[in-house]
Design a protein around this ligand. Structure first.
Ligand code: 0PR
Length: 368
Protein backbone atom coordinates (compact mmCIF):
# COMPACT_ATOMS: atom_id res chain seq x y z
CA UNK A 1 0.00 0.00 0.00
CA UNK A 2 2.86 2.31 0.81
CA UNK A 3 4.18 1.88 -2.71
CA UNK A 4 0.86 2.89 -4.16
CA UNK A 5 0.84 5.98 -1.96
CA UNK A 6 4.30 6.83 -3.25
CA UNK A 7 3.07 6.45 -6.80
CA UNK A 8 0.11 8.67 -6.08
CA UNK A 9 2.42 11.38 -4.82
CA UNK A 10 4.28 11.37 -8.13
CA UNK A 11 1.09 11.30 -10.13
CA UNK A 12 -0.27 14.27 -8.17
CA UNK A 13 2.56 16.39 -9.54
CA UNK A 14 1.21 15.93 -13.08
CA UNK A 15 -0.82 18.89 -14.29
CA UNK A 16 -4.51 17.98 -14.62
CA UNK A 17 -6.02 18.23 -18.11
CA UNK A 18 -8.39 20.90 -16.80
CA UNK A 19 -5.38 23.26 -16.79
CA UNK A 20 -3.97 22.18 -20.16
CA UNK A 21 -4.88 24.03 -23.36
CA UNK A 22 -1.92 22.92 -25.46
CA UNK A 23 -2.19 19.16 -25.71
CA UNK A 24 -3.53 17.07 -28.56
CA UNK A 25 -4.35 14.38 -26.03
CA UNK A 26 -7.22 14.36 -23.57
CA UNK A 27 -8.95 12.32 -20.90
CA UNK A 28 -9.86 9.07 -22.64
CA UNK A 29 -13.50 8.06 -22.92
CA UNK A 30 -14.53 5.91 -19.88
CA UNK A 31 -15.20 2.91 -22.13
CA UNK A 32 -11.68 3.26 -23.53
CA UNK A 33 -10.25 2.88 -20.04
CA UNK A 34 -12.31 -0.29 -19.43
CA UNK A 35 -11.22 -1.75 -22.75
CA UNK A 36 -7.60 -0.85 -22.00
CA UNK A 37 -7.66 -2.64 -18.65
CA UNK A 38 -9.27 -5.71 -20.24
CA UNK A 39 -6.33 -5.97 -22.66
CA UNK A 40 -3.61 -4.92 -20.22
CA UNK A 41 -1.43 -8.00 -20.61
CA UNK A 42 -1.62 -8.46 -24.35
CA UNK A 43 1.29 -8.42 -26.80
CA UNK A 44 0.68 -7.98 -30.51
CA UNK A 45 4.37 -8.64 -31.07
CA UNK A 46 3.35 -12.29 -30.95
CA UNK A 47 0.02 -12.50 -32.77
CA UNK A 48 0.08 -16.31 -32.79
CA UNK A 49 -0.52 -16.17 -29.05
CA UNK A 50 -2.75 -13.10 -28.98
CA UNK A 51 -4.82 -14.15 -31.95
CA UNK A 52 -8.03 -12.56 -30.68
CA UNK A 53 -6.21 -9.28 -30.18
CA UNK A 54 -4.71 -9.57 -33.67
CA UNK A 55 -8.17 -10.18 -35.13
CA UNK A 56 -9.45 -7.12 -33.25
CA UNK A 57 -6.62 -5.04 -34.71
CA UNK A 58 -7.67 -6.05 -38.23
CA UNK A 59 -11.24 -4.99 -37.36
CA UNK A 60 -10.04 -1.62 -36.12
CA UNK A 61 -7.97 -1.06 -39.26
CA UNK A 62 -11.10 -1.81 -41.30
CA UNK A 63 -13.17 0.64 -39.24
CA UNK A 64 -10.65 3.47 -39.53
CA UNK A 65 -10.14 2.61 -43.20
CA UNK A 66 -13.88 2.99 -43.74
CA UNK A 67 -13.79 6.39 -42.06
CA UNK A 68 -11.08 7.37 -44.55
CA UNK A 69 -12.87 6.03 -47.65
CA UNK A 70 -11.00 2.76 -47.97
CA UNK A 71 -12.32 -0.15 -45.88
CA UNK A 72 -9.73 -2.40 -47.47
CA UNK A 73 -6.75 -0.31 -46.32
CA UNK A 74 -3.84 -2.25 -44.80
CA UNK A 75 -1.98 -1.17 -41.70
CA UNK A 76 -1.68 -1.49 -37.97
CA UNK A 77 -2.12 0.35 -34.69
CA UNK A 78 1.14 2.11 -33.84
CA UNK A 79 2.54 3.71 -30.72
CA UNK A 80 1.48 7.09 -32.15
CA UNK A 81 1.85 9.47 -35.04
CA UNK A 82 5.63 9.40 -34.88
CA UNK A 83 5.88 5.67 -35.54
CA UNK A 84 3.21 5.95 -38.24
CA UNK A 85 5.09 8.72 -40.06
CA UNK A 86 8.42 6.91 -39.76
CA UNK A 87 6.87 3.75 -41.20
CA UNK A 88 5.33 5.61 -44.14
CA UNK A 89 8.68 7.13 -45.08
CA UNK A 90 10.35 3.75 -44.55
CA UNK A 91 7.90 1.98 -46.86
CA UNK A 92 8.34 4.63 -49.59
CA UNK A 93 12.12 4.42 -49.32
CA UNK A 94 12.17 0.63 -49.44
CA UNK A 95 9.83 0.50 -52.43
CA UNK A 96 11.57 3.16 -54.52
CA UNK A 97 15.11 1.86 -53.95
CA UNK A 98 16.99 5.00 -55.00
CA UNK A 99 20.52 5.62 -53.79
CA UNK A 100 20.08 8.99 -52.06
CA UNK A 101 16.38 9.13 -51.21
CA UNK A 102 14.57 12.30 -50.21
CA UNK A 103 11.05 13.21 -49.13
CA UNK A 104 9.41 16.60 -49.52
CA UNK A 105 7.40 17.75 -46.49
CA UNK A 106 5.75 21.10 -45.72
CA UNK A 107 7.63 23.50 -43.42
CA UNK A 108 4.69 22.97 -41.08
CA UNK A 109 5.32 19.21 -40.78
CA UNK A 110 5.58 17.69 -37.32
CA UNK A 111 9.12 17.04 -36.04
CA UNK A 112 8.52 13.29 -36.36
CA UNK A 113 9.60 13.64 -40.02
CA UNK A 114 13.01 14.93 -38.86
CA UNK A 115 13.29 11.78 -36.74
CA UNK A 116 12.26 9.68 -39.74
CA UNK A 117 14.90 11.34 -41.91
CA UNK A 118 17.54 10.77 -39.27
CA UNK A 119 16.89 7.10 -38.53
CA UNK A 120 16.17 6.17 -42.16
CA UNK A 121 18.90 8.31 -43.74
CA UNK A 122 16.38 9.98 -45.99
CA UNK A 123 16.88 13.66 -46.77
CA UNK A 124 13.91 15.73 -45.57
CA UNK A 125 13.25 18.70 -47.86
CA UNK A 126 10.97 21.43 -46.53
CA UNK A 127 8.56 23.17 -48.85
CA UNK A 128 7.44 26.74 -48.22
CA UNK A 129 3.98 27.68 -47.01
CA UNK A 130 1.64 30.20 -48.63
CA UNK A 131 0.13 33.13 -46.75
CA UNK A 132 -2.62 30.88 -45.35
CA UNK A 133 0.05 28.54 -43.95
CA UNK A 134 -0.82 25.78 -46.42
CA UNK A 135 2.01 24.12 -48.30
CA UNK A 136 2.91 25.86 -51.57
CA UNK A 137 2.38 23.10 -54.15
CA UNK A 138 4.63 24.92 -56.63
CA UNK A 139 7.47 24.74 -54.14
CA UNK A 140 6.81 21.04 -53.51
CA UNK A 141 7.07 20.48 -57.27
CA UNK A 142 10.32 22.47 -57.41
CA UNK A 143 11.86 20.29 -54.69
CA UNK A 144 10.98 16.97 -56.34
CA UNK A 145 13.79 15.31 -58.28
CA UNK A 146 14.70 11.80 -59.46
CA UNK A 147 15.63 10.83 -55.88
CA UNK A 148 12.30 11.83 -54.37
CA UNK A 149 10.51 8.78 -53.00
CA UNK A 150 7.51 10.60 -51.60
CA UNK A 151 5.81 13.83 -50.66
CA UNK A 152 3.82 14.64 -47.55
CA UNK A 153 0.69 16.71 -46.93
CA UNK A 154 -0.69 17.59 -43.50
CA UNK A 155 -4.40 17.46 -42.80
CA UNK A 156 -4.50 19.32 -39.50
CA UNK A 157 -1.12 20.91 -38.86
CA UNK A 158 0.31 20.74 -35.38
CA UNK A 159 0.65 24.50 -34.98
CA UNK A 160 -2.48 25.88 -36.65
CA UNK A 161 -4.76 22.98 -37.54
CA UNK A 162 -4.50 24.01 -41.19
CA UNK A 163 -5.24 21.56 -44.02
CA UNK A 164 -2.82 21.41 -46.96
CA UNK A 165 -4.25 21.24 -50.51
CA UNK A 166 -4.16 17.44 -50.54
CA UNK A 167 -6.16 17.22 -53.78
CA UNK A 168 -3.45 19.16 -55.64
CA UNK A 169 -0.70 17.18 -53.93
CA UNK A 170 -2.45 13.99 -55.04
CA UNK A 171 -2.43 15.13 -58.66
CA UNK A 172 1.23 16.10 -58.39
CA UNK A 173 2.15 12.74 -56.86
CA UNK A 174 0.50 10.87 -59.72
CA UNK A 175 2.09 13.12 -62.31
CA UNK A 176 5.59 12.76 -60.81
CA UNK A 177 5.18 9.09 -59.89
CA UNK A 178 6.02 9.56 -56.21
CA UNK A 179 4.08 8.35 -53.19
CA UNK A 180 1.94 10.74 -51.14
CA UNK A 181 1.61 10.38 -47.39
CA UNK A 182 -1.07 12.36 -45.53
CA UNK A 183 -0.39 13.13 -41.89
CA UNK A 184 -3.81 13.48 -40.32
CA UNK A 185 -2.61 12.35 -36.88
CA UNK A 186 -4.85 15.04 -35.41
CA UNK A 187 -7.25 15.82 -38.25
CA UNK A 188 -8.21 12.24 -39.06
CA UNK A 189 -10.72 12.14 -36.23
CA UNK A 190 -11.86 15.74 -36.86
CA UNK A 191 -12.18 16.50 -40.58
CA UNK A 192 -14.70 13.71 -41.38
CA UNK A 193 -17.02 15.22 -38.75
CA UNK A 194 -16.82 18.85 -39.88
CA UNK A 195 -19.12 20.33 -42.49
CA UNK A 196 -16.14 20.93 -44.75
CA UNK A 197 -15.89 20.18 -48.41
CA UNK A 198 -12.28 18.98 -48.49
CA UNK A 199 -10.86 15.70 -49.69
CA UNK A 200 -7.82 14.53 -47.77
CA UNK A 201 -7.83 10.73 -47.60
CA UNK A 202 -7.90 7.58 -49.76
CA UNK A 203 -10.73 8.90 -51.92
CA UNK A 204 -7.91 10.77 -53.68
CA UNK A 205 -6.17 8.38 -56.01
CA UNK A 206 -2.66 9.71 -55.34
CA UNK A 207 -2.80 9.13 -51.57
CA UNK A 208 -0.69 6.08 -50.66
CA UNK A 209 -0.81 6.26 -46.88
CA UNK A 210 -2.44 8.08 -44.00
CA UNK A 211 -1.51 8.63 -40.36
CA UNK A 212 -4.41 8.99 -37.94
CA UNK A 213 -4.13 8.82 -34.17
CA UNK A 214 -6.94 7.46 -32.01
CA UNK A 215 -5.07 8.74 -28.91
CA UNK A 216 -5.69 12.31 -30.02
CA UNK A 217 -9.27 13.17 -31.08
CA UNK A 218 -10.25 9.48 -31.13
CA UNK A 219 -10.45 9.58 -27.29
CA UNK A 220 -8.61 6.26 -27.01
CA UNK A 221 -5.97 5.53 -24.39
CA UNK A 222 -2.29 6.25 -25.07
CA UNK A 223 -0.58 4.62 -26.96
CA UNK A 224 -2.82 4.39 -30.01
CA UNK A 225 -1.72 5.72 -33.37
CA UNK A 226 -2.45 4.24 -36.74
CA UNK A 227 -0.78 3.88 -40.13
CA UNK A 228 -2.93 2.92 -43.09
CA UNK A 229 -1.63 2.04 -46.55
CA UNK A 230 -3.54 1.77 -49.80
CA UNK A 231 -2.53 -1.89 -50.28
CA UNK A 232 -0.41 -4.67 -48.82
CA UNK A 233 2.63 -3.94 -51.03
CA UNK A 234 3.60 -1.18 -48.56
CA UNK A 235 3.42 -3.56 -45.59
CA UNK A 236 5.48 -6.10 -47.52
CA UNK A 237 8.15 -3.42 -47.93
CA UNK A 238 8.34 -3.20 -44.12
CA UNK A 239 8.57 -6.89 -43.36
CA UNK A 240 11.42 -8.49 -41.46
CA UNK A 241 11.65 -12.21 -40.75
CA UNK A 242 10.96 -13.53 -37.26
CA UNK A 243 12.01 -17.12 -37.89
CA UNK A 244 11.62 -18.52 -34.35
CA UNK A 245 8.02 -17.37 -33.98
CA UNK A 246 4.93 -19.10 -35.33
CA UNK A 247 4.14 -16.02 -37.40
CA UNK A 248 7.30 -15.75 -39.44
CA UNK A 249 7.37 -12.07 -40.25
CA UNK A 250 6.59 -8.69 -38.73
CA UNK A 251 5.93 -5.28 -40.29
CA UNK A 252 5.59 -3.16 -37.15
CA UNK A 253 8.51 -1.00 -36.03
CA UNK A 254 8.19 -1.92 -32.36
CA UNK A 255 8.39 -5.59 -31.36
CA UNK A 256 6.51 -6.14 -28.14
CA UNK A 257 3.45 -3.92 -28.26
CA UNK A 258 0.16 -3.78 -26.38
CA UNK A 259 -3.32 -4.28 -27.83
CA UNK A 260 -4.65 -1.79 -25.27
CA UNK A 261 -4.89 0.98 -27.86
CA UNK A 262 -6.55 -1.40 -30.31
CA UNK A 263 -9.21 -2.31 -27.75
CA UNK A 264 -9.78 1.24 -26.56
CA UNK A 265 -10.09 2.53 -30.14
CA UNK A 266 -12.57 -0.22 -31.01
CA UNK A 267 -14.65 0.47 -27.90
CA UNK A 268 -14.91 4.22 -28.48
CA UNK A 269 -15.65 3.88 -32.18
CA UNK A 270 -18.34 1.26 -31.59
CA UNK A 271 -19.95 3.21 -28.76
CA UNK A 272 -19.90 6.67 -30.29
CA UNK A 273 -20.31 5.88 -33.95
CA UNK A 274 -20.15 8.61 -36.57
CA UNK A 275 -22.84 10.68 -34.86
CA UNK A 276 -21.12 10.54 -31.47
CA UNK A 277 -17.86 11.82 -32.91
CA UNK A 278 -19.72 14.51 -34.83
CA UNK A 279 -21.19 15.77 -31.53
CA UNK A 280 -17.81 15.81 -29.82
CA UNK A 281 -16.15 17.66 -32.70
CA UNK A 282 -19.06 20.13 -32.84
CA UNK A 283 -18.65 20.90 -29.12
CA UNK A 284 -14.89 21.40 -29.53
CA UNK A 285 -15.52 23.81 -32.42
CA UNK A 286 -18.08 25.72 -30.32
CA UNK A 287 -15.55 26.00 -27.49
CA UNK A 288 -12.89 27.14 -29.96
CA UNK A 289 -15.22 29.91 -31.19
CA UNK A 290 -15.91 30.89 -27.60
CA UNK A 291 -12.16 31.13 -26.92
CA UNK A 292 -11.72 33.28 -30.04
CA UNK A 293 -14.47 35.64 -28.83
CA UNK A 294 -12.91 35.96 -25.40
CA UNK A 295 -9.44 36.50 -26.84
CA UNK A 296 -10.82 39.10 -29.28
CA UNK A 297 -12.23 40.96 -26.28
CA UNK A 298 -8.71 41.10 -24.89
CA UNK A 299 -7.38 42.46 -28.19
CA UNK A 300 -5.92 39.24 -29.64
CA UNK A 301 -6.38 38.32 -33.28
CA UNK A 302 -6.17 34.76 -34.65
CA UNK A 303 -3.34 33.97 -37.10
CA UNK A 304 -5.87 32.24 -39.37
CA UNK A 305 -9.58 31.69 -38.90
CA UNK A 306 -9.51 28.33 -37.08
CA UNK A 307 -10.24 25.40 -39.39
CA UNK A 308 -10.56 22.96 -36.53
CA UNK A 309 -10.11 23.03 -32.75
CA UNK A 310 -6.58 24.40 -32.90
CA UNK A 311 -6.09 28.15 -32.83
CA UNK A 312 -3.18 30.59 -32.58
CA UNK A 313 -3.28 34.27 -31.65
CA UNK A 314 -0.67 36.75 -32.82
CA UNK A 315 1.38 37.87 -29.85
CA UNK A 316 4.91 39.31 -29.72
CA UNK A 317 5.27 38.33 -26.07
CA UNK A 318 3.95 34.77 -26.63
CA UNK A 319 6.83 33.00 -24.90
CA UNK A 320 6.91 35.32 -21.89
CA UNK A 321 3.15 34.99 -21.43
CA UNK A 322 3.29 31.20 -21.81
CA UNK A 323 6.02 31.01 -19.16
CA UNK A 324 4.15 33.23 -16.74
CA UNK A 325 0.98 31.16 -17.18
CA UNK A 326 2.96 27.99 -16.59
CA UNK A 327 4.24 29.36 -13.28
CA UNK A 328 0.60 29.85 -12.34
CA UNK A 329 -0.32 26.27 -13.21
CA UNK A 330 -1.69 26.74 -16.75
CA UNK A 331 -0.24 25.12 -19.86
CA UNK A 332 -0.59 26.70 -23.28
CA UNK A 333 2.01 26.74 -26.03
CA UNK A 334 3.78 29.41 -28.01
CA UNK A 335 4.95 29.27 -31.61
CA UNK A 336 7.83 31.18 -33.18
CA UNK A 337 6.84 31.88 -36.73
CA UNK A 338 4.63 33.86 -36.57
CA UNK A 339 5.03 34.59 -32.87
CA UNK A 340 1.74 33.46 -31.37
CA UNK A 341 -0.04 31.84 -28.46
CA UNK A 342 -1.28 28.37 -29.43
CA UNK A 343 -4.31 26.51 -28.12
CA UNK A 344 -5.70 23.06 -28.75
CA UNK A 345 -9.32 22.97 -27.62
CA UNK A 346 -9.76 19.32 -26.70
CA UNK A 347 -13.00 17.94 -25.20
CA UNK A 348 -11.72 18.67 -21.67
CA UNK A 349 -11.36 22.38 -22.55
CA UNK A 350 -15.01 23.25 -21.98
CA UNK A 351 -16.54 26.71 -21.51
CA UNK A 352 -15.83 26.70 -17.73
CA UNK A 353 -12.17 25.86 -18.27
CA UNK A 354 -11.93 28.64 -20.86
CA UNK A 355 -13.57 31.16 -18.50
CA UNK A 356 -11.13 30.26 -15.74
CA UNK A 357 -8.23 30.51 -18.15
CA UNK A 358 -9.29 33.93 -19.40
CA UNK A 359 -9.47 35.25 -15.83
CA UNK A 360 -5.92 34.06 -15.22
CA UNK A 361 -4.72 35.49 -18.52
CA UNK A 362 -6.18 38.90 -17.62
CA UNK A 363 -4.09 38.88 -14.44
CA UNK A 364 -0.98 37.89 -16.39
CA UNK A 365 -1.53 40.58 -19.02
CA UNK A 366 -1.49 43.28 -16.32
CA UNK A 367 2.19 42.39 -15.81
CA UNK A 368 3.11 43.02 -19.45
N1 0PR B 1 1.70 14.40 -36.71
C1 0PR B 1 1.09 15.50 -36.26
C2 0PR B 1 0.37 16.40 -37.22
C3 0PR B 1 1.13 15.79 -34.88
O1 0PR B 1 0.55 16.92 -34.43
C4 0PR B 1 1.81 14.91 -34.00
C5 0PR B 1 1.86 15.15 -32.53
C6 0PR B 1 2.42 13.76 -34.55
C7 0PR B 1 2.36 13.55 -35.91
C8 0PR B 1 3.17 12.80 -33.70
O2 0PR B 1 2.31 12.07 -32.90
P1 0PR B 1 2.79 11.31 -31.57
O3 0PR B 1 3.20 12.37 -30.59
O4 0PR B 1 1.59 10.55 -31.18
O5 0PR B 1 3.92 10.44 -31.94
N2 0PR B 1 1.39 16.34 -32.08
C9 0PR B 1 1.31 16.74 -30.69
C10 0PR B 1 1.96 18.10 -30.58
O6 0PR B 1 3.15 18.23 -30.91
C11 0PR B 1 1.94 15.79 -29.72
C12 0PR B 1 1.67 16.23 -28.33
C13 0PR B 1 0.58 15.72 -27.66
C14 0PR B 1 2.49 17.15 -27.68
C15 0PR B 1 0.33 16.11 -26.36
C16 0PR B 1 2.24 17.56 -26.38
C17 0PR B 1 1.14 17.04 -25.73
O7 0PR B 1 0.87 17.43 -24.44
O8 0PR B 1 1.28 19.02 -30.17
Amino acid sequence: MEILEELKAFRCKDIPYSRVLSSMCTIPHPIAVKAHVEFINTNLGDPAIFRGSAELEREVIGMIGKLLHHSNAKGYVTSGGTEANVQAVRAFRNLKKVERPNVVVPESAHFSFDKAGDVLRVEVRKAKLDDEFKVDVGDVERLIDENTVGIVGIAGTTALGQIDPIEELSKLALEKDVFLHVDSAFGGFVIPFLDLDVKFDFELEGVSSVTVDPHKMGLATIPAGCILFRDSSFLKALVVETPYLITEEQFSLTGTRPATGVASTYAVMKLLGFEGFRRIVRDCIKATRYLVEKMNDLGFEPVIEPVMNVVCFKCEKAFEIRNELYKRGWVISAIRNPRALRFVVMPHANFNVIDEFIEELKKVLRKF
